[in-house]
Design a protein around this ligand. Structure first.
Ligand code: AMP
Ligand code: GLY
Length: 423
């Protein structure tokens, strides 16, 4: 089969890497891809948002199947473009991708179908939001309704902070139209776990669990980022939590979406908080997580193409999804200054040290070719990933491998997987 992967980050590199191991896949294309993906796929510099050009390219190459990585094109309806042209596609249609694209939609869905989540109110008017905040307990959480690269969430400790937050989101439009509407949500505490689930619209199967580190700095300080590192599995995702979520979250959400006429096919990413009262949904995403994918897919035993096809054609109940009984850790090497401002275009040295080592994979998040060399090309640059028999081994190996790479403004967190010590 010929498969086109849409996107060009570390998540897409991990997807391409998994596809490259499939017995069913003969040829992989990626748009736009990156310098790491280019080792495994033919890359073409078409934007992931340009549905028309992507479809023409897929037709020209005789692509049999499309896999969409990022949220923006899914929210804009990229899956509809391919599906309506008769090309099987992994990823939800626009009417289902809304579960990520609108936080107000997902909160209303959870309320209607009793899916456990934080209490909330939705506002499309700043004065009404501020009047509500004056009566609300602090801390409190403000969320831009729309997509904001994972950065549209403000945790406010005081009324003053919350008022400033409303102004930032709704009046100053820090995240553009994503802040036309906001969700104001009860503040919860607990450990966070990401569970990515495959779904064909009827059946849903959770993958192994993972934990992300969203803040830029050690000790969970600094700004929220797309994710600075991950580990899998999460030791806090116990059998009891799994049982609860299978009963009250995963299937319930897929059934709710179908009942609303929004059949969800693809990856439903459940961001969970394990509170004292039990697991609660923090957010849903309509795609693989980045960098969760970099630690989850290397542990997958199945041929990923079998799973993608089963999701697309509604036969996921026939798949016995299996993961290795091991662990993986991914440490993100970023450009210093991310997520605010940073320089790029610096040569990356040491990539060849990963060659021939099955336990170590260097997934490229933001890299490009310049004058025949691979250079940095983003805030997040490389996801250095290692596999080990257990979490401690995987973590030690991942940090060992971060030393193999050098580039001018290399920045990373030094405490990815610290929670492993707190088990
Ligand atoms: P989200 O994009 O909705 O997952 O939010 C980003 C991050 O904000 C989450 O990973 C949590 O760390 C934090 N967060 C979101 N909602 C809440 C909440 N209700 N209570 C506490 N923290 C939250
Ligand atoms: N790592 C969090 C996300 O992909 O949204």
């Amino acid at each position: 089969m010929k498969v086109l992967v849409v996107g060009g980050g570390g998540r897409e590199h991990a997807i391409v890497w998994a596809l490259s191991k499939s017995k069913k896949v003969d040829k992989i294309y990626a748009c736009p891809g990156n310098a790491g993906i280019a080792a495994l796929a033919e890359c073409e510099g078409i934007s992931a948002m340009d549905g028309e050009k992507l479809l023409a390219y897929a037709k020209e190459k005789g692509v049999d199947f499309v896999v969409v990585g990022p949220d923006d094109p899914l929210a804009a309806g990229i899956a509809d473009v391919f599906l309506d042209a008769g090309i099987p596609t992994f990823g939800p249609r626009k009417n289902a991708a809304i579960i990520e694209a609108s936080k107000a939609f997902s909160k209303d869905l959870m309320k209607k179908y009793n899916i456990p989540s934080a209490a909330y109110e939705v506002f499309d008017n700043a004065d009404a939001a501020i009047a509500y905040l004056k009566t609300a307990p602090m801390p409190i959480v403000l969320k831009a309704d729309g997509l904001a690269l994972g950065k549209g969430v403000l945790i406010c400790n005081t009324l003053e902070e919350a008022e400033a937050g409303v102004a930032e989101l709704m009046l100053d439009k820090a995240f553009g139209s994503a802040g036309d509407k906001i969700v104001i949500e009860e503040f919860m505490t607990g450990r966070e776990v990401s569970v990515l689930c495959f779904s064909d619209g009827k059946t849903i199967i959770p993958m192994t669990s993972a934990q992300d580190h969203k803040r830029a700095g050690d000790g969970d300080t600094g700004l929220n980022t797309g994710g600075m590192g991950t580990f899998s599995p999460s030791p806090f995702y116990t059998e009891e939590v799994d049982r609860f979520c299978k009963e009250h979250v995963y299937q319930a959400t897929i059934d709710a979406m179908r009942a609303e006429g929004r059949e969800f096919k693809g990856v439903l990413f459940c961001g969970l908080m394990l509170t004292e009262k039990g697991p609660r949904v923090l957010e849903f995403n309509a795609r693989f997580g980045d960098p969760e994918t970099q630690v989850v897919l290397p542990r997958l035993k199945n041929d990923i193409m079998d799973v993608f096809m089963a999701c697309a054609d509604g036969t996921l109940d026939k798949i016995d999804l299996q993961f290795e009984d091991n662990a993986a850790v991914c440490v993100m090497l970023a450009s210093d200054g991310y997520p605010v401002s940073y320089e790029k275009g610096f040569p990356i040295e040491g990539l060849e040290k990963f060659d021939g080592k099955d336990d170590y994979i260097c997934f490229h998040s933001g890299s490009a070719f310049k004058d025949g060399k691979i250079v940095t090309n983003g805030g997040r640059v490389l996801g250095v990933t290692a596999i080990g028999d257990d979490l401690l081994t995987a973590r030690a190996k991942a940090y060992e491998a971060t030393d193999w790479i050098s580039f001018e403004n290399k920045y990373m967190r030094h405490d990815i997987g610290k929670a492993i010590d707190e088990r």
